[in-house]
Each structure stands twice: as structure tokens, then as C-alpha cells.
Design a protein around this ligand. Structure first.
Ligand code: ACO
Length: 403
């Protein structure tokens, strides 16, 4: 809505756009989305091909540096990330100081910000020096947050394991014996992290660009972006899906539940998307993984039958078809996380770790554009305008005078 604002200096027109639905804040060459046709590409490469053929770190490299790595570049990148995955003991002590039942995302956000305090202030401004450390330490922090929650000692990362394998290893290793996560689970997590790595200017990524514009250090900025992701309206949908399935509980309850949804008494979580109106390409990829994981873990839980039946009935229902409501990425990621045994409050971390690749890519893109002083790209500190709706000028009244 265009508004005309009367100011002391004259009159000008501004666009009132509270959710930035129609405001472009950046030119970006990272992720392309066509919601009508269900297309998503990272740096021009279809997400389906990346999910099938690449690894999470390969995708992180692609997003951050703009091109797929050569074999040598990927080996070097992976080694640097692994080299930087060990945490300073002060950070481990800090993590142990949280209550045993603290929300793991709260621990993650705080520890990410705390990392900045272990680095000399002068070293903090150059993002490229910190990319490996942020990627490496994010998964160690997340694993420690999980271990803290279950009252177990932290596990040191292993240099000889891949990124997702190492993360699963740090979560689950119970003794000195040589524990290795199942390769199919490692691959499923890799795919989950590939499809979650970026989604152009979602709320947390916009937040990252916002913080980058103020030149805050990368650790504090990542912590800020993770805070935005922590919001139930952003990174909490997978958890909401599982809680909803728990509530529905049985197949008999699906029909009455759908009736309530159609009567607008509640929403069907995991369905519908602001951008994707024909299908969510990430959901298609994950649907296949759900089948594989359920087959592998062989958990006989009514929840999974309810999920399948709910998906089928909603897909055939005229209410959802007419409104172009299809399962989104969170419908399936919630089911996979549940099948893999992750506690529900850990889901936001499983979203945050891969999204760090996207946050770093956007931060780097914004910094490079500014360094090149490209007039088109050059932005000032992000500072949206407001329309003042408060009181007209009035004098201060002291407490005494008011009595
Ligand atoms: N369940 C039931 N009805 C729905 C749903 C849903 N999940 N989503 C939209 N609708 C209905 C609305 O009631 C509305 O109906 P009406 O035309 O009769 O009034 C119509 O569909 C359009 O709804 P909008 O809210 O305008 O759709 P929008 O595109 O703005 O919403 C959103 C997108 C917020 C994701 C919505 O679909 C939703 O709330 N989904 C459930 C939550 C969820 O799964 N979120 C995760 C999204 S994926 C991600 O963030 C990574």
C-alpha cells in the first residue's frame, strides 16, 4: 500500500510493506526459486541433482564460493572444516553451565555468540577466515547441546569422518568402541541438510544480511540469524507437524481433525507454502527418504501410519486441492527426525546447522558487493522506514506536577 507521508520538509510517498512481501533488499546470485513451477536451484544447479549426487559440504562450498569445488578444493575445504571443529575448552565449560533441561537451541544460540569472545577483536571482521571454523564448530556445539541434555560427556569430533557422519558420531557414541552411524542414515541427513542449506531471503537469512550490514562479527551474526530461526513461525514447523501427529494419534481421528481444519479451527501443519503453489521440490526429495528411513529403522509407531494416511487424504481433499495446499518440506523432515529418534526440541538445530551455509553465503555476497563498491549493490546499513502513528507533540510533565 502506498502511503503519502507528510514531513516537515515536504511530502513523499512510501510503500507500507510490513512483511517485506514486495520489497527487494538485495540482488543475489545464490538461490533461485520459482514457486509456481516448483523450481529451486542453488547457483543455477537444480536441487534434485544436488540432493542426488552431492554432499552437504560440497553444497556449502557451492553456496558460499559460487561454484562447485574441484576434487582438490573439496578435500581441502573438508579438511579445513574438520580441523576447525574442535571447541575451545572455555566454550565447553560454558555449555556445561546451562541447566540440564535448557532448550538446546538456546544453548546453541548462546554458544555461537560466545565463540566471538574467544577470538581477538581485530581478527573478527574478515568473514573468510571464519567460514571453516563456523561450519566446523556449529555441528560440535549442536552435538554438545544434545549430550548436555541427556547428561552425557561431550565427544570430541573425529577428523576421519565426513561432516554429517561426524555429527551423528558425536551425538551417539557411548563408549570407547568404534561406533559408526548407519551409512543410509548418514546419507539421509546429508540430503536433509542439502535441501535446507539455503532458501533465499527467508526470515533468518534476511536477518543475517541485516546484521551483516551493521558489520557485526560473523559469530554474533550467525547467533542472531539462528535466533530468528528459533521462532515457531520459521524454524518450528517440523516440530509442530510431529506434535500435531501425536495429537491426532489414530487413523480414526484424521477425518474429524480435517473437518476442524476445513472449518478453520486449526491449520494443517506441514501443508501449504507462501512461495510454492504447485509443489515444494524439497518435499518431493524428502518423501523418498521417508520411505527409506522407515524401512530401515523399522519403528512400528502409529504416528507414521497416521502421517501417511493424513498426507493421502489431504491430497485428495477438495479443500486442499482448491487452495493448492501440498505437503511442504517440514511435513517430511518432521517425520524423518522422529523416525531417527531426535527429541522434538532438537529439530530447530537440525535446521540451523545446514542453514549456516546459506547465511554465510549471503553474508559473503553482501560483503563482496560492498567491497567492490558496486553502486547497484552497495547498501547502507539496513534501516527500514516507519510511519509514525504516535502522539502529537506534548510537554513533559514531572512526577510532582502530575500529583
Ligand atoms: N491448513 C489449512 N488451511 C490452510 C493452510 C494449512 N496449512 N495453509 C493455507 N490454508 C488456507 C487458508 O486458510 C486460506 O484459506 P481461505 O482462502 O479459505 O481463507 C488459503 O489456504 C490461503 O492461505 P494463506 O494463509 O493466504 O496462505 P499463505 O501462502 O500465506 O500461507 C503458510 C503459507 C503460512 C505456510 C500456510 O500454508 C501455513 O500456515 N501452513 C502450515 C504451517 C507450515 O507448515 N509452515 C511451514 C512452511 S515451510 C517453511 O517455512 C520451511
Amino acid at each position: 500500500v502506498a502511503l503519502t507521508v507528510q514531513e516537515a520538509t515536504g511530502t513523499h510517498t512510501v510503500c507500507y510493506d510490513s512483511g517485506y512481501l514486495n520489497t527487494v533488499m538485495a540482488r543475489s546470485s545464490i538461490t533461485y526459486i520459482d514457486g509456481e513451477q516448483g523450481i529451486m536451484r542453488y547457483r543455477g544447479i537444480p536441487i534434485e541433482q544436488l540432493a542426488e549426487q552431492s554432499s552437504f559440504l560440497e553444497v556449502a562450498f557451492l553456496l558460499i564460493f559460487g561454484d562447485l569445488p574441484s576434487k582438490g578444493q573439496l578435500d581441502q575445504f573438508s579438511k579445513l572444516v574438520a580441523d576447525h571443529s574442535f571447541l575451545h575448552t572455555d566454550i565447553c565449560d560454558y555449555m556445561r553451565s546451562f541447566r540440564y533441561d535448557a532448550h538446546p537451541m538456546g544453548i546453541f544460540i548462546s554458544s555461537m555468540a560466545a565463540l566471538a569472545t574467544t577470538i581477538p577483536a581485530g581478527d573478527l571482521q574478515q568473514l573468510d577466515k571464519h567460514i571453516y571454523r563456523i561450519l566446523g564448530q556449529a555441528s560440535t556445539i549442536a552435538a554438545n547441546a544434545y549430550r548436555h541434555r541427556i547428561g552425557r560427556a561431550f565427544n570430541e569430533p573425529r577428523m576421519d569422518l565426513g561432516y554429517t557422519e561426524n555429527f551423528l558420531y558425536m551425538l551417539d557414541r557411548l563408549s570407547e568402541r568404534d561406533y559408526r552411524p548407519h551409512p543410509a542414515i548418514v546419507r539421509a541427513l546429508d540430503i536433509l541438510w542439502i535441501v535446507h542449506a539455503d532458501h533465499e531471503l527467508n526470515c533468518s537469512t534476511a536477518c543475517m544480511r541485516h546484521l551483516t550490514s551493521a558489520r557485526v562479527d560473523p559469530y554474533t551474526a550467525i547467533s542472531g540469524a539462528a535466533s530468528a530461526l528459533f521462532g515457531p513461525s520459521h524454524g518450528g514447523a517440523a516440530e509442530a507437524v510431529v506434535r500435531q501427529l501425536e495429537r491426532i494419534q489414530t487413523i480414526e481421528n484424521i477425518e474429524p481433525f480435517l473437518e476442524r481444519v476445513k472449518a478453520k479451527e486449526e491449520r494443517l501443519f506441514g501443508f501449504g507454502h507462501r512461495v510454492y503453489k504447485s509443489f515444494d521440490p524439497r518435499a518431493r526429495i524428502l518423501k523418498e527418504q521417508v520411505e527409506k528411513i522407515l524401512e530401515l529403522v523399522k519403528v512400528e509407531e502409529p504416528l507414521f501410519l497416521v502421517a501417511k494416511e493424513l498426507e493421502q487424504r489431504a491430497l485428495q481433499d477438495e479443500y486442499f486441492r482448491a487452495r493448492r495446499l501440498y505437503p511442504n518440506v517440514d511435513f517430511y523432515s518432521g517425520v524423518i527426525y522422529r523416525a531417527l529418534g531426535f527429541p522434538t526440541d532438537f529439530y530447530p538445530l537440525l535446521f540451523a546447522i545446514p542453514r549456516i551455509a546459506g547465511w554465510l553465503a549471503h553474508s559473503r555476497e553482501a560483503q563482496l558487493a560492498e567491497a567492490q563498491l558496486d553502486v547497484r549493490e552497495h547498501t547502507h546499513v539496513v534501516r527500514p522506514a516507519q510511519v509514525y502513528t504516535g502522539s502529537a507533540p506534548r510537554p513533559f510533565v514531572s512526577l510532582e506536577a502530575g500529583d
